[in-house]
Ligand binder design. Structure first.
Ligand code: MIG
Length: 810
């Protein structure tokens, strides 16, 4: 039994306080203020679909400041306000908000009158005398058959029903299933009942807790150990809409440089220089594609950030140049702990400018991390962020390409993290560590990102962070931290990445093979296979474990890894387009089956299949010794990506998948662009682009995005979007292309592959003219080339007209 939170805090708590009757209501712009004797509840209509609810228990609101939100400018189509004896009713074009005059309880309904979300005991609070502040509570009703998703970083089942989780970023080395809390804090979840979904985002950085019907089967509880009750209700009804609107509030990933979508090889640590150069050579000799190599903490001099180890890396420029020549990018680690060393210029300047965190009594916050005694920049201070950015100048000038921010929970040896009395600037709003802890890592990687943006001029920064708060996607990619090389962790990694993706952080991956532990060859291969379909594909491992390069497990394993890493590169134009859809529209890159068919109750527990972008369904093999698995295919038709065999959707199938194979499916009707195999992304020498067209007898739209790949021209609208409108029936199909934009790719032709066409005879017309085609006898695909600016391709079955009829027609 879980001891009630209220029980645990009984001694230090005064009584819980509930809101009484509403005594007054005033309106200012789109915000409605409801008051009783002491408290004020503010309901703001942000857009037709987003409603913000805040409570000031003592009447006065804190300054309105958030690290999570990006500046937004939503449109509001309609706003209506009514009052009767019991309720105030505020409605937009899609939501009605009812506020109960007797007790302040808030209910959100759709325009059909369906209750989407409602308070049970509503918002309440209690004064915690030990802390000397208020704990805030929100209790909502768990609706019949309601299920829950989101929360970003939890190593548990995808569906959060009957679970309780907390947010307090933690260096969770070798975490296990259900270890909590972990590194990242994303206090956003989605509820789903009657096929209708909505989201709730509690924008408060204090330590917080969520209970989805565990303590009380009829309640969804949230409580937070300070600050203000401050949440956003986000209307659906579709989960895709909810995630998209959450992204409109908190931002999306900027476009990554193309190379960051390649394969990354990491280890703690590759050193000295010879070792890195040998690693690079191995990749090129063995012809295994790779774009990025990582330097972990041992490249530094005594773990001092922004220095190089004089023995191991005597001439970093020489090494980085040589790596560039071979097409490798180098990513180096930077931790927040700055060695307290008067001879170390970084510490000296941070000290002189007063940028390190201090305790309540004005002592510096000091604690041991890798370099020994460290002090820590207060990244919530804008001056510290401005100081931090330029510290990267020398690294970037030498030829470093990306920065990896680790240990930014912040992690301190022994105590785990800072004591609560550490003071932070919090962008001028002043906070103790209680309030700043959960955003510390996000503000660190923000400082890094903003620094690189200035240093690299017209180049897209690549950053990766371990800790995070909502909105971190504007500044970084992420990895799931120190996992273990076990089969259960392979499963968890799949779920964690899906959950992060549906919580606004799409650019994410797990340490392929597991950070600690020692995976078998079989497990490593299955992880590489799944990794092809992770937005970030990086193998990483701790130095006290067996090596995890694609060739570490012998030639058979190497050949399979090579084949799958090559697949990653072949899919790059498709993956890149999925990143654009995330950047521009807020669509998650990984989508669990429940997001695709949320109306089907049996999907609520599915968690080991997901789509990668809109067109590819990934069913990783997750069991040792398995030579196949059962897959569930959503509505429509699907083609096995490697055999091109067609499978009907809305049902389960058993699919063979020996170790060199994997069940991956492409949506019928899809158009999937493909590159030839290359060794790294600077090696793209495209004279033509493959377009794979998968036959269906219905309509499907596909999408492709292209731009310069590395610079910021896309922000000046220099890019091209292509829409492929596919319309099929039992006699054939027509495909039209609509391209808009200012970017001109270098290739001239598309090399088309038609998959799944079973007609004996047919004709193909491109822009009205019949053309010749070839049949690839090995797999039955039809091949032909077309000029890249084609408008339409029409394929029609040539039916043998019976002779009599033919005669009659004459
Ligand atoms: O205390 O830099 O999660 O990826 O290799 C361990 C060494 C510190 C933890 C990271 C891991 C990294 C390791 N770091």
């Amino acid at each position: 039994m879980i001891e009630s939170f209220w029980e645990q805090n009984r001694k230090s708590a005064v009584a819980k306080q509930f809101l009484g009757e509403i005594r007054s209501c005033t309106v200012k712009g789109n915000t409605f203020y409801f008051r009783d004797v002491n408290s004020t509840l503010a309901v703001s209509i942000i857009s037709d679909e987003i409603v913000r609810v805040r409570l000031a228990p003592q009447g006065a609101f804190l300054a309105d400041f958030s690290y999570a939100l990006q500046p937004y400018d939503f449109k509001l189509a309609s706003l209506d306000f009514q009052e009767d004896e019991i309720f105030y009713r505020i409605s937009t074009s899609v939501v009605e908000v009812q506020i109960d005059k007797r007790n302040f309880r808030v209910t959100f309904l759709d325009k059909m009158g369906t209750v989407i979300n409602e308070d049970s005991h509503g918002i309440h609070w209690e004064e915690n005398l030990d802390y000397g502040g208020f704990y805030l509570y929100s209790s909502k009703k768990l609706q019949p058959d309601e299920n829950f998703y989101g929360l970003g970083d939890k190593a548990t089942d995808l569906n959060l029903i009957r679970k309780r989780y907390s947010f307090w970023s933690t260096d969770a080395y070798a975490f296990e299933r259900n270890t909590d809390p972990l590194y990242r804090n994303i206090p956003f979840y989605m509820g789903l009942h009657q096929g209708i979904s909505y989201g709730i985002f509690y924008d408060n950085t204090f330590k917080s807790h969520f209970d989805f019907g565990l303590e009380n089967a009829n309640d969804v509880s949230y409580w937070v150990e300070g600050g203000e009750m401050n949440y956003y209700y986000i209307h659906g009804p579709h989960m895709m809409d909810v995630v998209k609107r959450y992204s409109n509030l908190t931002g999306t990933h900027p476009m990554p440089p193309m190379w960051a979508l390649g394969y990354h090889q990491c280890r703690w640590s590759y050193y000295p220089e010879d070792k890195i150069m040998d690693l690079a050579k191995q990749f090129r000799d063995r012809q295994i594609p790779c774009d990025a190599l990582y330097l972990d903490i041992d490249y530094m001099d005594g773990y001092r950030c922004f220095t190089w180890h004089p023995k191991h890396f005597p001439n970093p420029k020489r090494m980085l140049d040589a790596l560039h020549e071979q097409g490798f990018k180098t990513v180096v680690i930077i931790d927040p702990g700055i060695k307290a060393d008067p001879d170390y210029p970084v510490w000296k300047s941070g000290h002189e400018e007063g940028l390190f965190c201090r305790r309540a009594d004005d002592y510096y916050m000091e604690g041991p991390v890798w370099p020994g005694r460290c002090q820590f920049p207060d990244f919530t201070n804008p001056r510290a962020r401005e100081w931090w950015g330029p510290l990267h100048q020398e690294l970037m000038d030498l030829g470093v390409d990306g920065i990896w921010n680790d240990m930014n929970e912040p992690s301190v040896f022994g105590t785990g993290t800072f004591p609560n009395d550490v003071r932070h600037d919090y962008d001028g709003h002043k906070a103790s560590h209680r309030k700043a802890h959960n955003v510390y890592g996000m503000q660190m990687v923000r400082a890094t990102y903003e620094g690189l943006l200035k240093i690299q001029k017209n180049k897209r920064p690549f950053t990766i962070t371990r800790s995070a708060y909502s909105g971190v996607q504007r500044y970084a990619s992420a990895w799931t931290g120190d996992n273990i090389g076990t089969w259960d962790h392979l499963k968890l990694a799949g779920i964690q990445c899906q959950r992060m993706s549906m919580s606004g952080i799409s650019f994410v991956g797990s340490d392929i093979g597991g950070f600690t532990g020692s995976p078998s060859a079989e497990l490593f291969v299955r992880w590489i296979q799944m990794g092809v379909f992770a937005p970030l594909m990086r193998a990483h491992s701790a130095g006290d474990t067996p090596e995890r390069e694609p060739w570490s497990f012998g030639p058979e394993t190497e050949a399979i890894c090579k084949k799958f890493i090559e697949l990653r590169y072949r899919l790059l134009p498709y993956i890149y387009s999925a990143f654009w859809e995330n950047h521009k529209f807020g669509f998650p890159i990984l989508r669990p089956v429940i997001m695709i068919e949320q109306d089907i109750p049996t999907n609520t527990y599915r968690q080991d299949e997901f789509t990668f972008g809109d067109k590819i369904l990934v069913c990783p093999v997750l069991e040792p010794g398995a030579s196949g698995r059962i897959v569930y295919l959503p509505r429509g038709g699907w083609y096995h990506m490697f055999t091109n065999k067609y499978y009907a959707g809305s049902q389960e199938h058993y699919i063979e998948a020996p170790i060199d194979d994997m069940p991956v499916f492409v949506r019928a009707g899809a158009v999937v662009p493909e590159y030839p195999v290359m060794q790294h992304t600077h090696d793209i020498k495209l004279s033509e682009l493959f377009l794979n067209i998968y036959y269906a007898d219905y309509a499907v739209n596909s999408f492709m995005y292209e731009d310069h790949g590395e610079n910021l021209a896309y922000q000046q609208d220099i890019y091209t979007e292509k829409k492929f409108l596919y319309q099929g029936d039992e006699n054939g199909f027509s495909l039209s292309q609509k391209a808009t934009g200012l970017y001109t790719p270098r290739y001239d032709t598309y090399s088309i592959r038609l998959i799944g066409l079973s007609f004996e005879k047919f004709s193909i017309k491109v822009d009205g003219k019949a053309i010749k085609y070839n049949r690839d006898e090995s797999n039955g695909t039809i091949r032909f080339s077309v000029f890249k600016s084609f408008v339409s391709i029409d394929v029609a079955e040539a039916k043998d007209v019976p002779k009599k009829e033919a005669a009659l027609k004459k």
